[in-house]
Design a protein around this ligand. Structure first.
Ligand SMILES: [Zn+2]
Length: 328
């Protein structure tokens, strides 16, 4: 493992010490992303946890704020969202997150799904653009979500959607399609080209590095992260090692490492710490070593990428340090 690195996509929603001890052991810093997820604590409570962690472990944790939809359908929805963003930034957040509930959960007065390019969000994006605030987005789902279970490319998606048929879009045909989700996100980026945007989870285009590359080319103010999607890079490396390696080298300044570990108290603290350690080592091996590996998510072996040291340093440290304002 690198002597120091940043896990730039985590959800630290508890004050347990074990993961912080592990972070000290590895000299790791965290970007914790507060998110308006129904089964998370409120955004206010997520923030309280982060502020306490920051106080106890100075310089170790940066965080991203967000806004909720309590005022959805009311005239001052956008105004209220902006007020929440301002409050988060005042408290030290380094950016704002918009989540996939936009596109899946909200409807207009005619009962149509409201997508991220809906005019209702424009005042918010205008505010973000004018004030040069970092926006990070998780729109849509992995493409597997729209496929039957047997056609899904990785077991992690297959198991998840088997257990959650309500989120399995192949079965929920009245929801927007994968293509509509991606198009809406691209429309928003076209409309607000100055926004500095992070397309989380490989822009939700994890199945094709060519599609990810297209977004990085079309939208020069964007970056991407690999959180929870490293297995999709590994799967593509199995068949086309060269292309995945070239992708990482070509976009070495635009790719950010993160695990997406959720520390919400549902898993014992020592197991969360172990999970971090296992993922960090496994992922580092994939990007940096020249081993032959297998992944739990699919069958077959693949070669590690053996990327040059300076590329590894950017993906695992420097890119996140710059964008998320860590003290180097
Ligand atoms: Zn996440």
């Amino acid at each position: 493992m690198l002597s120091k690195f940043i896990d730039a996509h985590v959800h630290l929603n508890t004050l347990t010490e074990e993961k912080m001890e592990k972070a000290l052991e590895y000299d790791t810093k965290f970007l914790s992303i507060n998110t308006n997820i129904p089964f998370f604590e409120s955004l206010e409570d997520q923030e309280k946890v982060i502020l306490k962690l920051q106080e106890k472990y100075p310089g170790r944790v940066q965080y991203i704020t967000s806004f909720d939809f309590r005022k959805w359908g009311e005239k001052d929805f956008a105004e209220n969202a902006i007020a929440q963003i301002k409050r988060g930034l005042r408290n030290g957040a380094v950016g704002v997150k918009i989540w996939k509930d936009v596109g899946f959960d909200y409807h207009d007065e005619n009962g149509n799904f409201v997508m991220i390019d809906n005019p209702i969000f424009e005042p918010i994006f205008k505010f973000i653009q004018e004030n040069d605030i970092l926006l990070i987005g998780h729109q849509g789902e992995p493409r597997n979500c729209w496929l039957p279970l047997e056609e899904m490319t990785v077991d992690s998606d297959r198991n998840y959607f088997k257990g959650h048929p309500e989120y399995h879009m192949y079965l929920q045909t009245d929801y927007p399609s994968y293509e509509e989700q991606m198009q809406a996100r691209d429309n928003m980026l076209k409309k607000f080209p100055e926004i500095r945007y992070i397309g989380l989870h490989l822009f939700s285009m994890e199945w094709s590095i060519d599609e990810v590359a297209k977004r990085l080319e079309d939208f020069p103010n964007t970056h991407t992260d690999v959180a929870e999607r490293v297995c999709h890079l590994q799967l593509q490396a199995k068949d086309n090692w060269e292309a995945v390696r070239d992708f990482c080298i070509k976009y070495q300044d635009r790719i950010i490492y993160g695990t997406d570990v959720i520390d919400d108290g549902s898993i014992p603290a020592h197991q969360i710490a172990e999970k971090f350690e296992t993922l960090w080592n496994f992922h580092y091996d994939f990007f940096a070593s020249d081993k032959t590996l297998t992944a739990p998510e699919f069958k077959g072996a693949f070669k590690s990428l053996n990327l040059p040291k300076e590329v590894i340093e950017k993906i695992f440290y420097t890119n996140a340090a710059k964008i998320y304002q860590f003290n180097i």
